[in-house]
Design a protein around this ligand. Structure first.
Ligand SMILES: NC(=O)c1ccc[n+]([C@@H]2O[C@H](COP(=O)([O-])OP(=O)(O)OC[C@H]3O[C@@H](n4cnc5c(N)ncnc54)[C@H](OP(=O)(O)O)[C@@H]3O)[C@@H](O)[C@H]2O)c1
Length: 272
């Protein structure tokens, strides 16, 4: 039975992964959330669908991930076919700062912001992979196992330079770092039947409330940058449904030959 574990499944793209994967009754899906009490939509899905399970873990806490992996093993008999590292810290504060802007009396905040995103977006992913590796390896006895990390186009060097996108530094650095972590796993496990893939979901509307005027202004700025590389793009975001459908198409056809790659939802380097 194919089994999936998705981190950050309380809302947004993670919740949509659980929703789409669990549509197929033969799949068993574990939605991992920080706080079960506030994961209302996922809790409803657990009631509606027998193949959905909810587990609690903050991805920055290795022991909590290990306990989640133990629970998955108990339910599946010891294996996991696909781990989706989706949880991330999006760095809403100081997102518009350039890296040198911290050098005006806010040097401590630079360390704070970098630590915050790396702790969740890099260490959290590495902890997750390490906790679930025995289960992923067990799955390779009968099938290919997959490890997917939801990355970001802001980590792409070519796009950064062509769009001259100098903002959102700490977050972009963390996503570039996690792409490298994924490549390291792919290199180490290249003889095993495990495929590692970093994938960007596109620009996806996952807002849970109406944006403030300041947030709208920041987004309008982001659109202007991206239009330098994609002049035909009008700034429209795609839905979680469309993003996840496209990503699943790429994830499920990705082969060991290209393990360790970082691609868009189109399966290439077209980011928008
Ligand atoms: N949306 C986009 O346009 C876009 C573009 C590029 C890349 N991405 C990437 O796509 C992924 C999903 O994005 P999204 O827009 O769906 O984000 P989102 O709506 O902000 O959801 C983030 C999820 O991550 C969880 N999370 C955050 N820190 C966590 C931690 N320490 N431990 C466990 N869970 C944690 C959140 O849980 P809580 O509910 O507990 O806060 C939430 O479920 C992220 O990796 C993001 O970087 C998104």
């Amino acid at each position: 039975m194919p089994s999936y574990a998705v981190t950050g499944a309380s809302r947004g793209i993670g919740l949509e992964f659980v929703r789409q994967i669990s549509l197929h009754e033969e799949n068993i899906v574990f939605g991992i959330v920080r706080n079960r009490a506030t994961a209302h939509e996922l809790s409803r899905l657990v009631v509606e669908r027998a193949n959905v399970h909810i587990l609690e873990a903050d991805v920055t806490e290795y022991r909590a991930l290990k306990a989640a992996a133990d629970e998955v093993a108990r339910v599946t008999g010891g294996a996991l076919t696909c781990l989706i590292n989706n949880a991330a810290h999006l760095q809403d504060l100081r997102r518009t700062y350039t890296l040198d802007e911290y050098d005006r009396g806010e040097e401590d905040l630079l360390g704070y912001d970098l630590h915050d995103v790396i702790n969740t977006n890099v260490l959290g992913v590495i902890h997750g992979i390490n906790a679930f590796l025995p289960l992923l390896k067990a799955a390779t006895n009968t099938n290919v196992a997959r490890v997917v990390t939801i990355s970001s186009m802001t980590a792409d060097l070519d796009l950064t330079l062509s769009a001259e996108y100098y903002r959102h530094g700490a977050y972009s650095i963390s996503k570039a770092a996690v792409n490298m972590a994924m490549a390291k796993y792919a290199a180490w496990f290249h003889d095993e039947n495990i495929v590692f893939l970093s994938i960007c979901p596109g620009i996806v509307d996952t807002a849970t409330r109406t944006r403030t005027p300041e947030e709208l202004e920041v987004y309008a700025g982001f659109v202007k940058f991206m239009q330098k590389a994609y002049p035909e793009w009008n700034g429209e975001q795609i839905s979680p449904k469309e993003s996840v459908e496209m990503m699943l198409g790429v994830i499920l056809r990705w082969s060991r030959k290209d393990s360790g790659a970082f691609v868009s939802r189109f399966g290439n380097n077209q980011w928008i």
